[in-house]
Design a binder for this molecule. Structure first.
Ligand SMILES: [Fe+2]
Length: 229
């Protein structure tokens, strides 16, 4: 085990192959993994600079259709230290459950005012926020009558490759969560619940948008679970 990072708590991360999540069978490693010790290279880079990666903090562009939301939270490491100036990339379906991507053939309308891509950086104290619309549920071909819960995709680098996290944020009270093989690929229910944002009245803007809080922990015993991949 790499001495720089604690091992993940048992059950907090999905297995590579999960039969109920069909496509994992085609991409899960068939042989034992080769462990490479992390060096200063993986622990300290790459670092992303807003000068080269301009932030997109309002995914709606002021014109997207749907239920406007503010998503905010804090990015910390496993010891609770904030991760400042960390890049978060965000992508999501529109309010009708359609991605603005040629690969998406779902029979739901595209929204010319919404492309579903964002990029934000944490401040000096690890806080981030962005404005978007609540993404719609959409069908997928995993099994008969399969629908993904409302979700927003997140990718973070932290301080370097060793802290890379790709995951999904869900919404509280979604009835599709109990049926979703991706969400349920995480064995520990407490870890699974960390993927569900919380409605936060203090984040709402009266007469304008609802607020959801989603805190993210990179690596360690209470780390946010990795997306199944
Ligand atoms: Fe998705």
């Amino acid at each position: 085990m790499d001495e720089a990072f604690r091992p993940a708590a048992p059950g907090s991360q999905p297995a590579y192959a999960v039969p109920a999540y069909r496509s994992t069978g085609a991409r899960a490693p068939a042989q034992a993994l080769v462990r490479l010790p992390t060096t200063v290279t993986e622990r300290t880079g790459p670092a992303f600079d807003p000068a080269h990666f301009p932030p997109i903090t309002d995914l709606t562009g002021g014109a997207a259709l749907g239920e406007r939301i503010i998503v905010a939270g804090r990015v910390t490491d496993e010891d609770g230290r904030p991760l400042p100036h960390t890049m978060l990339e965000i992508w999501q379906a529109n309010a009708a459950g359609r991605y603005d991507h040629p690969g998406d053939t779902h029979d739901a309308p595209l929204d010319p005012g919404f492309h579903g891509e964002g990029r934000v950086f944490t401040d000096a104290d690890g806080h981030y926020s962005f404005i978007s619309i609540k993404p719609g549920a959409y069908p997928w071909g995993n099994h008969d009558n399969a629908w993904r819960p409302n979700h927003i995709h997140f990718s973070l680098f932290g301080r370097g490759f060793a802290q890379r996290l790709i995951t999904q944020m869900y919404f509280p009270g979604d009835p599709l969560l109990a049926l979703d093989p991706i969400y349920n690929a995480i064995p520990d229910p407490a870890a699974r619940a960390r993927l569900v944002s919380s409605f936060d009245l203090s984040l709402t803007r009266p007469n304008w948008a609802l607020g959801y809080r989603f805190d993210i922990v990179l690596r360690g015993g209470v780390a946010t679970p990795m997306e199944q991949s």
